[in-house]
Design a binder for this molecule. Structure first.
Ligand SMILES: Cc1ncc(COP(=O)(O)O)c(C=O)c1O
Length: 375
């Protein structure tokens, strides 16, 4: 059987990783500033993580959500403390799309309304509701197309208010920082306005922190820079450093009833062990502080480079808008300089490294990048 051919691949295969580096079969080292698409939060093959998962799988890898699993309670308690949402409740699932799907469903159940307001160029995943709220018609099948989702421009509060005034909306869904769109930041002022207007209209505010959360921007969640508290927050990617895991943080105003949401794999023993190990390392190694410090350094140094069109982002979520083809530059960074980066659109290079990436790695990237850009 062949693979269903939906991914354009680089001819390179990492087979081993350590911290911010990966290695191919020949032992060639690559600096990883892509983090497997913002997933590698604590670094590749962190010994504490490896030990925690190994011990758990040897004891019990999986049971089901019909019996007690104290690891889930421990994880929820630890996550609540780490991010400052101790009064929220956690629903665990397996991916980012699923987290958004469940958040939308919950907002709709609670309000009895069916419409979602999302933003131009948003990406929220590929399952039914999540892809409908994704502003990319190419990946929305006729089955997923719906009049229940509308889009307005990012940072346009008047447009949001005009839509909410029409009625019928259960939720506004917004990324902490738009990732797939090429690192587009909602302003702090816009997020505060969004909080005010959604509260006034009784509409649930859902912050998709799947890419921007878990310490990446130098705070646990990107929206915390604006000092707001959304009604729900969705997480995935960095939550378990590569073990598939997602979650919805749910405000105290939402009522749960048996059978309302559910999943076979969500919150399984192995995922919780991985998630707990990630929280240990984030705390013990002060990775959020590091993301802030190294991120600010990278942003400042990149902004000094004369030939770039724009440098956007916060912490270790960085979009570099270049003059020429981002795909070509990324290919050269990978094969000539052995550095993995991410892309977004035709002209943006995206940096999403592990949160423990150091100044040494930042300097190596800056030198390589400057050399290729200035050729
Ligand atoms: C902001 C955002 N939301 C949702 C998703 C979907 O996550 P997953 O691929 O785990 O379903 C992504 C993935 O890139 C994302 O960046």
């Amino acid at each position: 059987m062949n693979l269903f051919d939906v991914y354009p691949l680089y001819p390179v295969e990492p087979v081993r990783g350590c911290g911010s580096y990966v290695y191919d079969v020949e032992g060639q080292e690559y600096l990883d500033l892509y983090g497997g698409h913002a997933v590698i939060s604590i670094g590749h093959a962190h010994p504490h993580y490896v030990e925690a998962i190994s011990k758990q799988v040897a004891a019990l890898g999986f049971y089901s959500n019909s019996v007690e699993n104290s690891l889930q309670r421990e994880f929820a308690e630890r996550l609540g403390k780490a991010c400052g949402y101790e009064d929220y409740r956690l629903f665990l699932c397996n991916s980012g799309a699923e987290a958004n799907e469940n958040a939308i469903k919950l907002a709709s159940f609670q309000s009895g309304k069916e419409k979602v307001l999302a933003f131009s160029r948003a990406f929220h995943g590929r399952t039914s509701g999540a892809v409908a709220a994704t502003d990319n018609p190419k990946i929305v099948s006729p089955f997923n197309r719906t009049k229940n989702v509308e889009f307005v421009a990012l940072n346009d509060l008047e447009a949001v208010e005009a839509k909410l005034a029409e009625g019928g909306f259960c939720a506004v869904l917004i990324e902490g920082i738009q990732g797939v769109a090429g690192i587009q930041c909602p302003t702090d002022e816009f997020l505060r306005g969004l909080r005010e207007v959604t509260t006034r209209y009784g509409v649930t505010l859902i912050l998709d922190e799947i890419q921007s959360g878990y310490g990446r921007t130098g705070k646990f969640f990107a929206h915390q820079w604006a000092g707001i508290r959304p009604d729900m927050i969705t997480v995935a990617k960095g939550i378990a450093n590569g073990f598939p895991m997602g979650g919805v943080l749910i405000g105290p105003q939402f009522e749960a009833w048996y059978g309302m949401l559910g999943t076979t794999f969500g919150g399984n023993h192995l995922a919780c062990a991985a998630g707990l190990a990630v929280l240990d390392v984030i705390e013990n190694e002060k990775l959020i502080e590091n993301a802030n410090e190294v991120g600010e350094y990278l942003l400042a140094e990149l902004r000094k480079m004369p030939r770039l069109k724009e440098v956007r982002g916060r912490g270790l979520m960085i979009g570099i808008e270049i003059e020429g083809s981002a795909a070509e530059l990324r290919r050269r960074l990978l094969f000539e300089k052995h550095i993995f980066t991410g892309g977004a659109g035709a002209t943006t290079v995206r940096l999403l490294p592990a949160l423990g990436v150091g100044r040494k790695e930042a300097d190596r990237f800056l030198a390589a990048f400057a050399e290729l850009i200035n050729e």
